[in-house]
Design a protein. Sequence first.
Lengths: 500, 178
Amino acid sequence: MALKEKEKDQIATTSALSPKELREMHRKLVPAMIEGDHTFGTVSDKIGDVALKRKTPFHWFIGVAIAFCVAQLLLFTTIWLLLKGIGIWGTNQPAGWAFPIINFVWWIGIGHAGTLISAILLLLNQKWRTSINRFAEAMTLFAVANAAIFPLVHTGRPWLAAYWLFPYPNVMGIWPQFRSPLIWDVFAVSTYATVSLLFWYVGLIPDLATLRDRAKNPFFKFIYSIFSWGWRGSARHLHRYELAYLILAGISTPLVLSVHSLVSLDFAVSQIPGWHATFFPPYFVAGAIYAGFAMVLILCIPLRHLYNMKDFITHTHLVFCGKVMMATGFIVVYSYVMEAFFGWYGASQYEWFMIKNRIWEGPYFFMYWLLILCNGMAIQLLWFKRFRESEFWLFFVSVIVSIGMWLERFVIIVTSLHRDFLPSSWGMYSPTVFDITMFVGTLGFFFTLIYLFVRFLPVISIFEVRTLLPAANVHGHSEDFEENVLEVEYTYDRTDPPNA
Amino acid sequence: MEKNLYGLLVEFDSPTALVDAARQVRDAGYTNTDAFSPFPIHSIDEALGIKRSILPYLCFAGGILGLASGIGLQYFVHVIDYPIIVGGRPHMSLPAMIPPAYELTILFTAFTAVFGMLFLNGLPRPYHPVFNISRFGLASREKFFLLIEASDETFDYETTRSFLEDLEGQQEVFDVPE
């Protein structure tokens, strides 16, 4: 981290202070990525013990029990769907796309923050990604898993869905239509799921080795041994490992931007007013990151309290997440304004009708204003330090934003479809109880997976958090490097070799 | 020299001591060496004389292969095996073929990066002689280790051991059996 001249001067004038005072000063100057007096060992214990301890905290059982019960709604609805067909849903003409795709887009969007944190922030050399990337990536995986359920079952006949989704030689001798955005979407989402899994797993290998070396229970030791693949932290391995990790980050960045872009093309390539817009890809990507950071905050605020991870997920992390949410939120709000402007300025009567219908004339106008309230108004609170630095308000705003992003997809999908070109084909859409149980069920499934992840795997990347410790810096000869934190931090750019 | 000796392992307390020691080991002419640390240390590459891996080139090749298979698959489907005119577009409509090819490029690059890394690292490898040293379990926690293999040309048990014992900051030198 490059320091400003002023700060360097400040250090120079304080050299008479004791190491302890200097450390205090250091903390004030450099945003805290890690708090408390930690060593490599205590970091490993603190994070590793959550997974290794035999005694499971009571709140875990309560949480997983609730989530698992809710997940049964998904199981039940899916079985009923397969038995009865999609007639159990409210999806019908004219709203031939409704809850399943709303939920699909919502879940896929949530995943995007995980990849942004793990890949883009790595390329930008942002240290604050280190303690939140692991569970943000897990969140991505589980969100994508939930999203994938909807395209798989949305026909009610998933055994007939494969031949037009994936190119494989089938008995009918036909192939998918590669000119269709729907097939682009299949490729984007399946690649995204695979690469996210690889990224997450590669990041886990050194930590699984740590758990392997610490586990006392022979069964878990065996499991961790298998999945850490005999990792021994060799420098020659780490060299290739870091290259591989960097390459993964480098290719995940264009990947994550492409995924929601291609999802948005599902709509934008069609001719329905309200969908047919060239600015959909960036609009959707910003919305995805917005929703994703909201979910990251929803997960990490309880996590740091329940598992006492405040040393690693500090206030700085929460504030940064809040700021990213705010920035992407404004891109989203800008898109809403532009959407209305295009409808008016484009001088197409269908487009202008769609805007009027959406905002004040149509039967779903209240959904639009709820959306503006959730996505446009709630984040205005974050302008103020008081709200931005309060966990309660960050959590509150995040929940509101998650709801708002779901409403956004409802507004885009349902209000565009229910009034198309011909008044004779107009209609109304309302979800049935099965639409709702299916969606709520995916929430249960998501949180069940999150709970299992928290119990059995390190929720924070142990080996990367170690690099945040002052002791991880390699520097010239000094007997007690812990006491010389400042010397290291502020003279690291000198060029003379350590032995000089 | 002992029989069945894999090498000599020396323990350190700090990354700085490890890097300093690695430099001396490299300067003394040892090449079959390795360092073990609980997190990546950047200066260790230079200190141990680790050459840049060929992994990026493999990944590039993987990406090109992915791109070629993406275009190839779509060409086969839409031009050779099942040519069908939709919306008056040509059979070979390259712009529409970009998204799947793009995704496959990324997919193949990712597979090459991960499996290439594991392959070049010789993983999975459940057994390794260093695991015989019980202190080595701390390499994934808080300690730093340096290994000189007995297969090294410069290796001589007595000389190398006393050389390692003279290193600054060393905690203990272990004989690693095969």
